[in-house]
Design a protein. Structure first.
Length: 258
């Protein structure tokens, strides 16, 4: 895949600043909470941050499209399309847990080429882009080798809130692994990219949930697919399997239903 234009990496960093400055400002204050049609919560902060991101994208790149969690699609057929989740982990944000973040991705002609994910309070920022690799707070990161599930530390992030209907499938993977990271947060993908764990298997991810994380893990040398083994696209199903080692990915993929 062609390298992501460097000016867009800079744009993603700027957008991350916009989102995280707002999230830090609102993190300890009162929050107005509504309920979406699917039963999930949404706050005034989600909407405020996405509005700010859309305005920043419109000013910097008026020909680009945007797909956002809260306000849908605008010019989704453009050559370059930004995908934004202004506040990933809204429940955690409401509860005051520092497990939320902002997720920003860029697609070129339907292929994900760039991702940024940041926890605003700890200021942990992960960036991955085609042709540039992946970084954690500006330092290069890479996945670690791990050939077998029996030696792997794994996460089934969202086991309760995202993938409750997959208990019977995911439980054996957890039990067969060397260790389990219990963290219902996007940040486990950053830790996978940094070589702190070996694999993640889950379900229930929307485009705005997985796009940035896909770019970060892949550009750190990892493998990311759906449960059918297909690379993630803008129209993938909601399953996800990410691993730092292709051998481990193949073993886990064989244990998952198609």
């Amino acid at each position: 895949m062609p390298a992501c234009p460097p000016e867009f990496v800079t744009s993603a960093q700027n957008l991350g600043d916009v989102a995280c400055d707002l999230l830090r400002r609102f993190a300890r204050g009162p929050v107005t909470v509504d309920t979406k049609g699917d039963g999930s919560p949404v706050t005034d902060v989600d909407r405020t941050v996405e509005t700010a991101l859309r305005e920043a994208i419109r000013r910097a790149h008026p020909t680009h499209g945007v797909i956002g969690e809260e306000f849908g699609s605008d010019r989704a057929d453009a050559e370059f399309v930004w995908i934004v989740d202004p506040l990933d982990g809204t429940r955690e944000f409401i509860q005051g847990l520092p497990l939320f973040g902002t997720l920003i991705a860029l697609a070129h002609e339907g292929k994900i080429v760039l991702g940024l994910a940041e926890q605003p309070l700890t200021r942990d920022r992960f960036v991955g882009a085609e042709g540039f690799g992946s970084t954690w707070n500006g330092s290069a990161i890479s996945v670690r080798p791990c050939a077998a599930l029996a030696e792997a530390v794994v996460s089934t992030t969202g086991y309760d809130s995202f993938a409750a209907h997959r208990y019977d499938v995911l439980r054996p993977l957890r039990q067969a692994s060397r260790g389990v990271v219990n963290g219902d947060t996007w940040m486990v993908f950053g830790l996978l990219a940094a070589g702190r764990l070996d694999a993640i298997a889950s379900d229930g991810f929307y485009l705005h949930d997985y796009a940035a994380l896909d770019a970060i893990v892949r550009n750190a040398g990892g493998v990311v697919t759906d449960w059918a083994g297909h690379r993630l696209t803008l129209t993938s199903d909601r399953s996800i399997l990410a691993a730092g080692d292709a051998r481990l990915h193949a073993e886990m993929l064989a244990k998952l239903p198609r």
